[in-house]
Design a protein around this ligand. Structure first.
Ligand SMILES: Cc1cc2nc3c(=O)[nH]c(=O)nc-3n(C[C@H](O)[C@H](O)[C@H](O)COP(=O)(O)OP(=O)(O)OC[C@H]3O[C@@H](n4cnc5c(N)ncnc54)[C@H](O)[C@@H]3O)c2cc1C
Length: 375
């Protein structure tokens, strides 16, 4: 077996799969190594499907806005699968004056970056979504936000990348990286050694342990997050919903089920330890949120719950960067619970960074060395 490629990517999530696809489009040979037995087994198959710009750190806006303008609208066509992308806006809801203050600040910052987003009062909220409870007193409204299907988007990139010749190897957990003559060359798994001129580490929170093997430490830790899906409901609304404090979000899918996620307040305490099993605390917290915002859904049955890790970066935006100290090493990790919506734009620009050394959208805000002491 030929274990060599121009680029070896560690991690078969949406970032790894999509970057592999955009690299392959440039005729670059790629091997993707996925530690688990399944492509997309990390956050990429477990997320809430939000494709939003509003509510983001302004440093992320140029990449996500570019992706939403240039890639998401034609992604189903490009990948040959229905990624169920809809662009019907995002309501970020507020129930208290403090919420409205948070939303107004986020909205003003996003507007300054050119995003079409505004604050609206409870009457306007009701016009957009008449199903919301009376407790909602205002919201931010971004008409170009939306949602998509996380599974078909991730596997769509995987399928299309394979068609272009990318090799995906599952059950191939990377244990370390190795430099030869000062340059990163080898990617070592339990049973094999792979070689690439360049290596992209896109392994979620596990990226930290992998890059430590060549002396690079990225401040990321893992947090458990939960989602649930309801039984099929009559069509109610098409917007993506979120809240001022990002503790509750959701949307209705194409086939009628609602996907909701939310904070339990137990994040970081790892109820049930390291196991990726949802528990009664998570679902009941999310349900309390659902009933407060959508009393009409009080009797909807939950058909499935699941959990996933998010890779929370110290300053809550990702690292997408070349590493100067280790020639040949690139990083794409720390997406902090909002890496799905940004993935196409991020991956397109990462492929440019790796192949050409320059990008359509400036990625300098995402450099790995932003955490270094400036003194
Ligand atoms: C419950 C939940 C809800 C979310 N909701 C949203 C949302 O609505 N909108 C949004 O934009 N984002 C959301 N996210 C975040 C989003 O899912 C992630 O940011 C995104 O999927 C990150 O993609 P990734 O490819 O970087 O990581 P992952 O999908 O985690 O992929 C990393 C891959 O690397 C593999 N790997 C790890 N270690 C190794 C190793 N040693 N060797 C080889 N492979 C390895 C893993 O098995 C995994 O498949 C949510 C996340 C969760 C958990």
């Amino acid at each position: 077996m030929n274990n060599k490629a121009d680029v070896v990517i560690v991690g078969g999530g949406i970032i790894g799969c999509a970057t592999a696809y955009y690299l392959a489009k440039k005729n670059i040979s790629v091997i993707v190594l996925e530690g688990s037995d399944y492509i997309g087994n990390g956050g990429s198959s477990r997320n809430g499907g939000g494709v939003r710009q509003s509510g983001r750190d302004p440093r992320e806006l140029p990449v996500v806005m570019w992706g939403i303008k240039n890639l998401w609208p034609t992604l189903s066509e490009e990948l040959g699968v229905d990624v169920e992308y809809t662009q019907n806006g995002n309501l970020r809801l507020g129930k208290t004056e403090k919420h409205l203050q948070i939303l107004t600040e986020l909205t003003n910052k996003a507007k300054a970056c050119g995003l079409d987003v505004k604050m609206i009062d409870s009457n306007e909220v009701k016009k957009i979504n008449p199903h919301l409870s009376e407790e909602v007193i205002g919201a931010s409204w971004c008409p170009t936000d939306g949602h998509a299907n996380t599974l078909t988007a991730t596997l769509g990139y995987y399928k299309k990348a394979r068609e272009l010749g990318v090799r995906f190897i599952t059950g191939e957990k990377v244990i370390k990286l190795k430099t030869i003559k000062g340059k990163l060359r080898q990617v070592i798994t339990e049973n094999n050694v792979y070689e690439g001129d360049k290596v992209l580490v896109a392994s979620g929170f596990e990226s930290r342990e992998i890059t430590k093997t060549v002396g690079i430490d990225v401040p990321i830790h893992k947090l458990k997050m939960e989602c649930l899906v309801t039984e099929i409901q009559p069509p109610m609304f098409k917007q993506m919903l979120g809240t001022a404090e990002a503790d509750f979000y959701g949307h209705q899918t194409k086939h009628g089920s609602f996907v909701f996620g939310g904070s339990t307040g137990f994040e970081g305490f790892e109820v049930d330890g390291d196991t990726l099993i949802s528990n009664s605390i998570g679902a009941s917290c999310t349900c309390r949120g659902i009933m407060k915002y959508f009393p009409e859904l009080s009797n909807a049955k939950i058909v499935r719950t699941w959990t996933g890790w998010i890779d929370e970066c110290a300053d809550k935006i990702p690292v997408m960067s070349k590493v100067d100290e280790v020639e040949g090493l690139y990083l794409a990790c720390g997406f902090t619970g909002h890496g799905f919506g940004i993935a196409p734009g991020a991956a397109y620009n990462l492929a440019e960074l790796i192949a050409d050394g320059k990008t359509t959208v400036d990625l300098s805000e995402f450099r790995y060395d932003r955490f270094k002491s400036k003194i």
